[in-house]
Write a protein that binds this ligand. Structure first.
Ligand SMILES: *Cc1c(COP(=O)(O)O)cnc(C)c1O
Length: 459
């Protein structure tokens, strides 16, 4: 069951756990991969005498296997020394939803229902009403839309803040008495900025522990391979950067552009200090009804077994492509946090997971690059994308195949013109999700695209 990780597996490293946790050989058949459990309902041995499951929306063995694996990847330090004083209850827990957006909905509901914390799980159905989320300003578009528009009838209020600019005092001022959650993302999209996570953590933890807002970090762009905000950052006794790790598993974790799923993982520390949080989120996972298909969970377990090798290759390809773009005369403004010349390099290199530091010597940082084509018009940017043969013009990211898009006209086109210019999202800005194809082919492709733009813009 979720949360009860066999003791010795806590000591295995990330890649080993990604292959084995939740995939222990079946005790009755010896099968080396978990079975796909498709039943919607489960036999009871007497009234209310369940064998762990009753109805598949509330819980399913395949989903449990995936949740157990995610919990291990997000919360177990690699090669940790024995921590046997910890009980299983303090391991933390993951919840999988039908999409990242469904996980967003559950968190937003939890905030409005948790005036008496865990209200959402309470039998009296008590609503706290209202509730406030303080969110990073250039948050994922679907998240902004859910928090600011879709959830408005629940009384939820949201403020979007540039945490970098606000600084310590500005952050403290923006936290209201009813602020129950701080929503962060690393790195932001499409500009790949890194909010000052350690500063935010310190400000939030200076507030009274029982009522301070919780911190959620959306780590979709890096995956649990590169960042694990629920683990302490190692060099001191400070608490972890987040209480909840959020991931759209539809991106790197799935990795093959064929699954939509999302997850929340609650840190062991937070789970033990605020037990009603998990209770409330489980209640919402069941009652909102956005349950994942067991078939997708099964496929995702398979995807995670190769997360390490894929992320290392994404990172190495992206680092080389970013350096190549940086030297190209037709390119201006390359953003890739793994480039030492990038403004975010210093901050993000402190935040990279102990696992990635070990596996990659801490150099590459994910597979997404943003760059602007020098003097290109909107048509030039489109010409670039449609000329490419290897990279496909499409939204989304994180698949084994390279994808390219123009945020100005695609993923971010709903933003007001003023916001677009403040953020620096210009018509010639390109977001490239570097796949794991051969580096030489990717670069040849980009070269061809840039040449096509040069030819067009001269006409
Ligand atoms: C895609 C994405 C989401 C939403 O996830 P879905 O699975 O598409 O619902 C949330 N955050 C980020 C950063 C994303 O890229």
């Amino acid at each position: 069951m979720t949360g009860s990780l066999p003791q010795q597996q806590r000591h295995d490293h990330f890649s080993t756990r990604s292959i084995h946790v939740g995939s222990e050989p079946d005790p009755s058949t010896g099968a080396v991969v978990p079975s796909l459990s498709v039943a919607t309902t489960f036999k009871q041995d007497g009234i209310g005498k369940m064998r762990g499951y009753d109805y598949s929306r509330s819980g399913n063995p395949t989903r449990s296997a995936l949740e157990e694996l995610l919990t291990s990847l997000e919360t177990s330090p690699s090669g940790a020394v024995s921590q046997d004083s910890r009980s299983d209850a303090s391991i933390g827990e993951s919840l999988v939803f039908a999409s990242g957006s469904a996980a967003t909905a559950a968190v937003a509901h939890w905030v409005t229902l948790s005036a008496k914390e865990g209200g959402a799980g309470g039998k009296d159905g008590s609503t706290g009403g209202g509730g406030h989320i303080l969110s990073v300003n250039d948050v994922y578009g679907g998240t902004a839309r859910y928090l600011a528009r879709t959830a408005r009838p629940t009384g939820l209020e949201v403020t979007f803040l540039d945490f970098e600019k606000a600084g310590k005092d500005g952050i403290r001022e923006a936290i209201r008495p009813d602020t129950r959650l701080i929503w962060l993302e690393i790195p932001t999209n499409p500009l790949l900025l890194v909010p000052p996570l350690r500063l935010i953590r310190d400000v939030v933890h200076s507030l009274p522990a029982a009522t301070r807002p919780l911190i959620l970090i959306d780590t979709t762009f890096l995956s649990s391979f590169y960042i694990t905000p629920l683990l302490s950052d190692g060099d001191n006794n400070s608490p972890p950067l987040a209480d909840i790790a959020y991931s759209s598993l539809s991106k790197y974790s799935g990795g093959h552009s064929d699954i939509i799923l999302g997850s929340l993982t609650v840190s062991p520390l937070t789970a033990s200090l605020r037990p009603n949080l998990l209770k409330g989120l489980r209640f919402l996972q069941n009652s909102l009804g956005a349950s994942p298909s067991p078939r997708d969970c099964h496929l995702l377990i398979r995807s995670l077994k190769t997360l390490s090798v894929r992320m290392i290759k994404h990172g190495l390809n992206a680092l080389r492509v970013a350096a190549w773009l940086n030297d190209h005369p037709a390119v201006e403004r390359v953003r890739y946090p793994g480039l030492k010349t990038d403004g975010a390099f210093r901050e993000i290199s402190h935040l990279i997971s102990p696992n990635a530091k070990r596996e990659t010597l801490g150099i590459p940082f994910g597979g997404v690059i943003t760059f602007a084509i020098k003097d290109a018009s909107a048509e030039g940017a489109e010409r670039f994308c449609t000329t490419l043969r290897i990279a496909t013009l499409a939204e989304s990211l994180g698949g084994v195949e390279s994808l390219v898009e123009v945020p100005y006209g695609m993923t971010h086109s709903h933003l007001p013109q003023e916001t677009l210019s403040t953020l620096g999202i210009t018509p010639n800005l390109i977001r490239l999700s570097v796949g794991i194809e051969d580096y030489d082919d990717i670069v040849d492709d980009l070269q061809r695209g840039l040449a096509a733009v040069a030819a067009t813009e001269k006409v």
